[in-house]
Design a binder for this molecule. Structure first.
Ligand code: GRF
Length: 187
């Protein structure tokens, strides 16, 4: 049995990437174990997945970022969490928070980084008539969506693609990519 790294997943919304990480982490040789889920949205659907799989889940408001990060740090230390996965987490973490987890925070972004950092990626991709769309897992650093790239996956954009169809396809890719990237990090 591999010794799994205690991990916390940060979410804000639907939590489909959280679910794919939880499912993978139940495989015996997967390198991490999801020990905690933190949400900054008390209505986040993803919190249901934590409950379903008996994973402790905390909601902290992030309106006051300093307080939010302080609460997170206390909980992360208490549970000996060594690795963080941001999965649809819609808040930018401060430099001082990030420095507590050097090279140990991953994020997934729905574009082929370094293209289309930030929000509304699918809309911008379609507007620019790109040939490919995709998703990227990267380390989190001080700058938004700019940390070292770990891995990506791409798909061809069809002629009649809409924002909705593209979002759905890219999200399915994300569910494959995130667990793969986590394995890669611990190889
Ligand atoms: C994903 O597309 C992720 O890349 C982006 O927000 C979405 C979150 O989806 N940052 P989910 O909450 O994991 O379902």
């Amino acid at each position: 049995m591999v010794k799994k790294i205690n991990t916390c997943v940060f979410i804000s919304g639907s939590g489909s990437n959280l679910l794919s990480i939880i499912k993978s982490s139940r495989e015996y040789n997967f390198p991490i174990k999801v020990k905690l889920v933190i949400s900054n949205n008390k209505k986040a659907n993803g919190m249901k997945y934590a409950k379903k799989y008996n994973i402790p889940c905390k909601y902290y408001s992030s309106l006051n970022k300093t307080l939010f990060e302080k609460k997170c740090l206390t909980e992360l230390r208490k549970r000996k969490i060594k690795f963080l996965c941001l999965a649809g987490f819609m808040k930018i973490l401060s430099n001082s928070f990030i420095s507590n987890f050097r090279h140990s925070i991953l994020n997934i972004h729905p574009s082929l980084l370094p293209k289309y950092k930030g929000l509304n990626t699918h809309k911008r991709i379609l507007k620019n008539k790109d040939i490919y769309a995709g998703c990227t897992v990267h380390y989190v650093n001080r700058k938004l969506d700019s940390g070292k790239i770990i891995s990506n996956k791409k798909i061809f954009i069809k002629k009649k693609e809409t924002e909705k169809s593209l979002k759905r396809k890219v999200l399915l890719l994300e569910h494959k990519l995130y667990p793969q990237a986590i394995r890669q990090v611990f190889k």
